[in-house]
Design a protein around this ligand. Structure first.
Ligand code: ASP
Length: 343
C-alpha cells in the first residue's frame, strides 16, 4: 500500500478506556477521541486512525445482542472507507462478542481485530498500549494489496487468535485468553509473524460483505454436573420461548445414560428445541458415539458441537436461529465450519 492505511477503532468500553484518578484510586472512563494524548506512540504508526465511541461506554458484563448489532453495523457501514478495524471491548465477554461478530459479517475480507486490556490505559504497568498498537498493526498489514488477516481476530498479550476459538481463562494474568483447539494466527515477538496457512479466506473472492443481524437470543446453557436433578433439566426445556440449548457435557461429549434424562432431552428435540452437545473441557472435542454414554444422545438427534467453544456455540445458535432454517438445515450448518469455528 502506498497510501497510509485507514484504521477505524470502535471503542465500546471496558478497562482499556479507563484512567486512574491517582488521588482517589478510582477508575473512570476517558474520552477515547483523545487516545493519541494517552498513547503518543500511535503517531508513529504508518496509519490514519479514526475512532468511534459508544455514547456511553459499557463494562462488557452489560454486553447484549443490541450492542452486537451496533458494532456490526458500524463496521458494515464503514467497510469500504477503511482498510481495517479494531474493536475495543472489555475482556470479560470479548470471546462471546467477537464470535458473534464473526457470524454477523459474512464474506469478510478485511481485518476486524478485537482487543482490550487487563489494566487501564492510564495505569503505569498497563498492557493496553501493546495490545492496542499491535492490533492496529495487524489490522493494517497488507500484502500484494490485500489484507493479510481477513477475519475476526482477538489480539491479547503477544498473540493473535481466531476470535471464535477463544476463551477467557484468566482474570489476573495479562495472558487472559486461550485458544485450545486452534493455534495462534500470529505471534508478536521481535517481528510480527503470521501463520499464513492458518488464516481464513472466504470462499467467494468478489462476494460482498453481508451483514447478518437477525439474532435470536432465546438460548440457554445447561451445564451438567453429577447429581443434576430432573427438575433442573425440566426447568430448562420448559423455559418460555426457548429455542436452543447448549448442553455442556463431560469429556468427549458424555452424559448420564439414565432414562429420565434422555427422555427429557428427546421430548425437547421433538418439541423443536435445538440442543447442541459441547464439551465442558477447555480443549478437545465431542466425539458422539465414542462412549456408550453419548450413543443415546446421537440416537435422539442431538447436534454434534465437535470442538466448538461454549462462547461460540452460543453465538452460532443465536445466529442460526435468526436464519429460520429447517431442523435438518440447522443441524447441518451447526456441525460444519462457517467461519473457521469448528474443525
Ligand atoms: N470488567 C471489564 C470488562 O469486561 C474487564 C475488562 O475490561 O477486561 O468490561
Amino acid at each position: 500500500m502506498s497510501k497510509k492505511p485507514k484504521i477505524l477503532i470502535v471503542y465500546t468500553g471496558g478497562t482499556i478506556g479507563m484512567v486512574k484518578d491517582y488521588k482517589t484510586g478510582a477508575l473512570k472512563a476517558f474520552d477515547f477521541s483523545q487516545i493519541s494524548s494517552k498513547i503518543p506512540e500511535l503517531e508513529q504508526l504508518h496509519c490514519e486512525i479514526t475512532t468511534i465511541s459508544f455514547d456511553e461506554p459499557i463494562d462488557s458484563s452489560n454486553m447484549n445482542v443490541n450492542y452486537y448489532i451496533n458494532i456490526a453495523e458500524i463496521i458494515a457501514n464503514n467497510y469500504k472507507k477503511f482498510d481495517g478495524f479494531v474493536v475495543l471491548t472489555g475482556s470479560d465477554t470479548m470471546s462471546y462478542t467477537s464470535s458473534a461478530i464473526s457470524f454477523m459479517l459474512e464474506n469478510l475480507q478485511k481485518s476486524v481485530i478485537f482487543t482490550g486490556s487487563q489494566l487501564p490505559i492510564g495505569d503505569l504497568r498497563t498492557d493496553a498500549k501493546e495490545n492496542l498498537i499491535t492490533s492496529i498493526q495487524v489490522a493494517s498489514t497488507y500484502k500484494n494489496g490485500k489484507p493479510v488477516v481477513q477475519e475476526v481476530g482477538l489480539y491479547f498479550e503477544y498473540k493473535l487468535y481466531r476470535a471464535n476459538r477463544t476463551t477467557k481463562i484468566n482474570a489476573e494474568q495479562f495472558e487472559a485468553f486461550a485458544s485450545m483447539n486452534y493455534p495462534p494466527l500470529a505471534e508478536s515477538g521481535v517481528h510480527l509473524n503470521f501463520n499464513n496457512r492458518l488464516l481464513l479466506r472466504s470462499s467467494g473472492k468478489d462476494k460482498k460483505l453481508i451483514l447478518r443481524k437477525t439474532l435470536d437470543n432465546n438460548v440457554a446453557i445447561l451445564k451438567l454436573f453429577p447429581g443434576i436433578t430432573t427438575s433442573v433439566v425440566e426447568a430448562f426445556i420448559n423455559i418460555p420461548n426457548i429455542k436452543g440449548i447448549i448442553l455442556e457435557t463431560y469429556g468427549s461429549g458424555n452424559a448420564p445414560t439414565e432414562k429420565w434424562f434422555i427422555d427429557l432431552l428427546e421430548k425437547a428435540i421433538v418439541k423443536g428445541i435445538h440442543i447442541a452437545n459441547v464439551t465442558q473441557c477447555v480443549g478437545g472435542s465431542v466425539i458422539l458415539g465414542h462412549y456408550e454414554t453419548s450413543s443415546n444422545l446421537k440416537r435422539i438427534g442431538i447436534i454434534d458441537g465437535k470442538d466448538i467453544t461454549t462462547e461460540t456455540a452460543v453465538a452460532k445458535m443465536m445466529y442460526l436461529l435468526g436464519e429460520k432454517l429447517s431442523e435438518e438445515e440447522f443441524k447441518h450448518y451447526f456441525e460444519i465450519s462457517l467461519r473457521g469455528e469448528i474443525n
